[in-house]
Design a protein around this ligand. Structure first.
Ligand SMILES: NC(=O)C1=CN([C@@H]2O[C@H](COP(=O)(O)OP(=O)(O)OC[C@H]3O[C@@H](n4cnc5c(N)ncnc54)[C@H](O)[C@@H]3O)[C@@H](O)[C@H]2O)C=CC1
Ligand SMILES: O=C(O)[C@@H]1CCC=N1
Length: 264
């Protein structure tokens, strides 16, 4: 597998780390405009860091685009003559539809849209993917790439905007919940380091319980909430203060913002 990551910023580098972590590529190109900060990646023998997208594309078969939405059209325009039916073109760009990509490079290319998150760097991304008609022939390959770095779900393109919020922005939402729990633990007497340790491992345990059991969260909550106990008292107070409601409202607000990014 010869992978090029076009736009090695926050997400692109997270993908690069995940690929390295999982030995997922024979060669890997990382491109960005100013490469000085990421030259270190060349210590991995199979990695080339360059600002030359053309070189990266010509020497790779799987192209992962991770540039800002506003830069994507012009990069595709510049590179379209280099893109062939042998390439698998994977976009991670928020709000940029497959039809818009096809308008620029043509429908005769294998195009996959993916929405990973930054936990891809530690091999634990929730990644949603979909493809154009021709890309269906390569979707299993794309799934195999992302499955090495977490969990993958194929979805209809119409759900991509929602997946962006739940999975990609979701990392930030969960971080805030972990941070708030950490602050609570400090208030109760743990030092900051221990407080975070307790918060993040408990969060990990909660997710693992659901993943392994397939249970609904309320089933697991029922096991914790002793009648007249402290958990239900705390949980109800959180709901009086709008915990679930504020999360749902935040999710919907992020979703609506993507439509504005798309138009802009
Ligand atoms: N950060 C995240 O957690 C996620 C981001 N995304 C999407 O991924 C894309 C990238 O997001 P970030 O990594 O956060 O942005 P970023 O700004 O950190 O990275 C973009 C990179 O592209 C580089 N770049 C700009 N023009 C270029 C060009 N002509 N050739 C090569 N590289 C070029 C920039 O130097 C920068 O390093 C966005 O479209 C975003 O919507 C999707 C899922 C998660
Ligand atoms: O905040 C953003 O717009 C991008 C897309 C999802 C995660 N980061």
């Amino acid at each position: 597998m010869k992978i090029a990551i076009i736009g090695a910023g926050n997400l692109g580098l997270s993908i690069a780390k995940g690929v390295l972590h999982s030995n997922g590529a024979t060669t890997m190109y990382l491109t960005k405009r100013n490469t000085s900060e990421i030259k270190d990646f060349e210590k991995y023998g199979n990695v080339t860091v360059t600002s030359d997208n053309k070189e990266a594309i010509q020497n790779s078969d799987t192209l992962i685009f991770a540039v800002q939405p506003g830069h994507f059209s012009s990069i595709l325009e510049e590179m379209k003559d280099l893109l062939t039916e042998n390439h698998v073109i994977i976009s991670t760009i928020t709000g940029f539809s497959i039809s818009k990509i096809e308008e620029i490079i043509g429908a005769d290319k294998h195009i996959v849209r993916s929405m990973p998150n930054t936990a891809i760097s530690v091999g634990n991304s929730m990644t949603c993917i979909c493809s154009n008609e021709l890309g269906k022939k390569r979707i299993d390959l794309a799934k195999a790439i992302f499955n090495r770095m977490g969990h993958t779900l194929e979805i209809p393109e119409e759900q991509m905007q929602a997946a962006t919020v739940i999975c990609a922005s979701g990392i930030a939402f969960w971080m805030r919940l972990i941070r708030a729990t950490t602050q609570g633990a400090i208030q109760l007497g743990f030092d900051a380091k221990e407080a975070q340790e307790l918060a993040m491992h408990t969060c990990n345990g909660a997710a693992s319980l659901l993943i392994e059991s397939g249970n609904h969260p309320e089933e697991e909550i029922d096991r914790v909430t002793t009648p007249k106990g402290c958990t239900i008292e705390g949980l109800n107070e959180m709901e009086h203060q709008g915990l679930s409601s504020s999360l749902i409202r935040g999710i919907v607000t992020s979703f609506e913002k993507i439509s504005k990014i798309r138009k802009g």
